[in-house]
Write a new protein. Structure first.
Lengths: 273, 311
């Protein structure tokens, strides 16, 4: 029952955000960047402006819809980059061992010692704020858990009979890793990837909130919240809706990740509840 | 035990050195530097000669290897360099900001431990019950909340609407000023601790030694006190240590929101101004803080569970 509830609620929340982002041009009432009108500044939520308007008179509902596109792009792409890096390093370290394994282990420990948001912040200092920079910063700083997990799972599999059989048949190292080991460790990797996506959405919002991510006037949920700080007393709705959108997206991804773990990685269910 | 502590200290040194090297290299590949940033951002008007003089003054005209050697040499004497912006020693700037950040980190972890651990424990004692359901829903929600948004909402409710607490500022470190930022920062570790404690207690509850204790006729209170709590504590402690890193990282956003004069806000300001020595120093001190906390946690775990000492 719990398994279905996690998956259904998480999947529904995530699907809502995906649909909202994909259909934003059709669902939005106004252009999220261009349609500023000071005559409509700080209008409370109502029938005309469902989520109210901000200090520039822009429709918050439309901006929240378009914001989903940025959050989902950052969440999915940066997590994909992290997963590819983590899996490649973890698999190869487990399979080849030796100095390469020591090097990857050292690098993983190093990455684990630096809080990922701090590291992403440092990378953003080098790059010009924007979507591509965010993808690079968040895609390079959160692969250590995937690497550890892939390495541990691959280590237990590399001595299995079918891997040895593939070696005897003359398969190359890369082919064995990709066709014999990877499919058997995919479950936990999908789970950690889904949970990591939620983390990436939060990190994007945090960096944009600090003014180091997506720059205004483009509608990122984090930068919308950053702009809304000054109007919290007079127009709290400017802060409420982008925050709720982030919460819904991350909650959906976390529930989905938990649900997938129950199915794909039942052994860890007892460990993490 | 001393040997264990010494071994853990030795393990921290290469990590610190590697972090220093990585951060140095990262900032050495930046196209442009403090002087050019000042000009491009319109903060200063400088001619080419002034830029050159500034680069010479900060040693930025030296080859990379020379700069790295100088940097490591200074680090060995605990010199983190001089701020490009204020011309003050980095240690001095960090020293002023370290205590507020530590206060915030410890207060939020205390909040997380004091509520999260009992909540997880109670949830595990009656799996599937009301406490379990409520605490786990709270935990999943807590992990999904953006901290700065939660902070903003707390600020709106408790400071601006009810007027019970100050909306921002340090206020000489008064408890009143610490409450809202600590709650905003502590909710995610609270959620994780509740989940971890519940999972740890559930796992230990099914262990052979607990079953044996009950079979021997030991009272439920003693089973919980001597077997469940003690064994779960090691797992909870490890989570606390790891969460410190996350709390320090997230403190950056909360400090900025609540105008808290900590290391995080110094880091964000220095990042946008490309005051590299301060950025490097802040990151190094944050990593050092994280390593020290984790070492202390490991030592505590080794005191509680002798198996760790000999592994």
């Amino acid at each position: 029952m719990k398994l279905r509830a996690n998956l259904v609620i998480g999947g529904a929340l995530f699907a809502t955000v995906v649909v909202a982002g994909a259909l934003a041009p059709f669902l939005a009432h106004t252009d999220p960047v261009m349609d500023a009108n000071l005559m409509n500044a700080e209008v409370a939520p109502g029938s005309e402006f469902w989520f109210g308007t901000d200090a520039q008179g822009r429709d918050i509902y439309s901006r929240v819809l378009y914001g989903a596109r940025i959050s989902l792009t950052v969440g999915i792409v940066s997590q994909l980059i992290n997963t590819v890096i983590g899996v490649c390093l973890g698999l190869s370290a487990a399979y080849w061992g030796g100095w390469w394994d020591d090097f990857v282990n050292g690098l993983t420990n190093l990455m684990l010692a630096i809080p990922s948001l701090i590291f992403a912040l440092a990378i953003m200092a080098i790059l010009t704020p924007g979507l591509t920079s965010l993808l690079i910063a968040l895609g390079l700083t959160n692969w250590s858990y995937t690497c550890r997990l892939s390495r541990a799972s691959a280590l237990s599999l590399k001595s299995q009979g079918y891997v040895q059989a593939a070696k005897v048949l003359g398969y190359g190292d890369i082919r064995i890793m990709l066709t014999q080991i990877l499919p058997n460790i995919l479950g936990p990797i999908i789970v950690i990837g889904t949970l990591g996506m939620g983390g990436a959405v939060l990190a994007e919002a945090s960096l944009s909130f600090l003014g180091l991510g997506i720059r205004p006037p483009f509608p990122s949920w984090g930068s919308m919240l950053s702009d809304a700080r000054d109007q919290i007393t007079t127009a709290p709705w400017i802060s409420i809706f982008p925050g709720l959108a982030i919460f819904m997206t991350v909650l959906g991804l976390n529930l989905l990740g938990d649900g997938l773990r129950d199915i794909l990685d039942p052994q860890s269910r007892a460990r993490t509840a | 035990m001393l040997q264990f502590v010494f071994r853990r200290l030795l393990q921290a040194i290469p990590i610190l050195l590697a972090v220093a090297g990585l951060i140095f290299l990262l900032f050495s590949v930046i196209p442009g530097n403090f002087a050019s940033t000042q000009i491009s951002d319109g903060r200063a008007v400088m001619d080419a000669e002034a830029v050159e003089r500034m680069n010479r003054q900060f040693g930025l005209d030296q080859p990379l290897a020379t700069r790295f050697a100088t940097y490591v040499g200074k680090l060995a004497t605990l010199d983190l360099g001089t701020s490009f912006r204020t011309r003050q020693p980095v240690w001095h700037l960090i020293g002023e900001r370290l205590w507020p950040t530590m206060q915030l980190a410890f207060a939020s972890m205390m909040f997380a431990i004091l509520i999260g651990v009992p909540l997880g424990f109670l949830a595990a004692l009656r799996p599937g019950g009301i406490v379990d359901t409520v605490s786990m829903v709270t935990a999943v929600s807590g992990l999904s909340l953006p901290k700065f948004w939660l902070g903003l909402m707390l600020m709106y409710l408790f400071a601006l609407q009810l007027g019970w607490l100050p909306s921002f500022g340090y206020g000489d470190g008064a408890l009143r000023n610490l409450i809202l930022p600590s709650i905003a920062l502590g909710v995610a570790p609270l959620a994780l601790l509740a989940r971890t404690t519940r999972a740890a207690v559930l796992e230990i509850m099914n262990a052979d030694f607990v079953r044996t204790a009950r079979a021997k006729g030991m009272s439920e209170r003693r089973v919980v006190q001597w077997h469940l709590a003690r064994n779960a504590l090691v797992i909870v402690l490890t989570t606390v240590g790891l969460q410190f890193g996350s709390v320090i990282g997230q403190a950056v956003v909360i400090e900025k929101l609540f105008a808290w004069p900590g290391l995080g806000s110094l880091l964000v300001d220095s990042v946008s101004l490309r005051d590299i020595p301060v950025v490097q120093g802040c990151i190094l001190v944050i990593v050092l803080f994280f390593l020290v906390v984790n070492m202390l946690v490991d030592v505590l775990a080794a005191i509680i569970d002798p198996r760790i000492r000999y592994s």
